[in-house]
Design a protein around this ligand. Structure first.
Ligand code: UDP
Ligand code: MG
Length: 313
């Protein structure tokens, strides 16, 4: 009977998640058992924890869970490589043994109960199912407003992105194989996945608060991901720099014409405009620099991560 059923892997990136993991493991195991007993997924379906170089007891907990249940597996990265790399490491490891994989954060802020709907969509032919937050009340107002501004900004730049979707999604085997073709070092999965194509669906859910522990996304990590999203998927900021230089040149020419015609001294206005122009030029250089820096990292084609240990793969 099992051979007809599809195999689901739930990939969970973990960085210093010793407080959150006990509850998360219970909830996900119960979900897996339920989906297996109602005949939606095969008995070989598993949870796959990815330890992203944690410094606390996370890996020991993962090892314990793997010992006590055969449908829990673990991967330990050789060091902390960041959330996106941890998700990618998990997905790329499980893609050879599963039919579909769901990625979900270890703190269960994303509602695991909707995974059943993800699977239903997959069984109806979808290769990609996006989890979309319809309620961000659990986020701080700072995080909520900056996230919304950011999504709008990306839309303005023409980046194809699913509004209010982060990294809670299901990918079928064909989508996983397509994702494997993307070789970039700086990953922004929520920008790459819509580019894969395939039949897709979205499932809405309310985002809750962390079940335990603190956020592992520092402001620096968030800013780096945000910049990655822009520079990986749009060259519009570079075009804005060109448009700005044309505008500035036009203003200068107009100033000179007015100066020559009226004979009025513009010295103060000119000083002000020189300072404004300098700061805008520095901004323009820094935007260009950001692209050059990212290109520099990409051309080296360095590996994204190394896997130190596997359990139950
Ligand atoms: N995470 C990771 N590596 C990191 C930072 C975070 O694997 O360097 C994991 C973390 O354990 C969690 C997920 O990424 O499972 C999202 O992190 P978090 O919940 O702290 O982010 P937030 O929800 O606050 O944006
Ligand atoms: Mg979280």
């Amino acid at each position: 009977m099992d051979t007809q059923l599809k195999t689901l892997y739930i990939v969970v990136p973990c960085y210093n998640e010793e407080e959150a993991l006990p509850e998360t493991n219970d909830v996900l195991l119960r979900l897996l058992d339920r989906l297996q007993s109602c005949g939606k997924i095969s008995d070989s379906s598993k949870i796959c924890y990815v330890d992203d170089g944690s410094k606390d007891n996370t890996w020991n907990l993962i090892s314990e869970y793997c010992c006590s249940r055969k449908n829990v597996s673990g991967i330990k990265l050789s060091r902390n490589r960041g959330h996106q790399n941890a998700v990618m490491a998990g997905l790329m490891t499980v893609r050879t043994c599963c039919d579909m994989a769901v990625s979900i954060d270890a703190d269960l802020q994303d509602d695991p109960n909707v995974i059943e709907q993800f699977v239903d969509h997959y069984l109806n032919g979808c290769e990609v199912v996006y989890g979309v937050r319809n309620d961000r009340n659990s986020d701080t107002s700072f995080k909520r407003s900056t996230a919304q501004l950011y999504y709008r900004f990306l839309e303005l730049l023409g980046v194809e992105i699913i509004y209010n979707h982060a990294d809670f999604r299901l990918l079928g085997k064909r989508a996983l194989d397509a994702l494997a073709e993307y070789g970039e070092s700086n990953l922004f999965l929520r920008g790459i996945v819509p580019q894969l194509g395939f039949k897709s669906a979205a499932v809405e859910y309310a985002r809750s608060s962390r079940n335990a522990g603190q956020s592992k996304y520092t402001l620096a990590k968030m800013l780096s991901l945000a910049s990655e999203g822009v520079t990986s998927f749009s060259v519009k900021p570079l075009r804005m720099v060109s448009a700005f230089s044309v505008l500035l040149f036009t203003v200068c020419v107009l100033c000179w014409i007015v100066n020559l015609i009226s004979g009025v001294s513009f010295s103060e206005a000119m000083i002000l405009s020189v300072w404004s122009a300098c700061s805008l030029i520095l901004l323009a250089i820094s935007i260009i620099g950001e692209y050059i820096g990212r290109t520099y990292i990409e051309v080296k084609r360095r590996p994204r991560y190394f896997i130190d240990e596997y359990i139950n793969q």
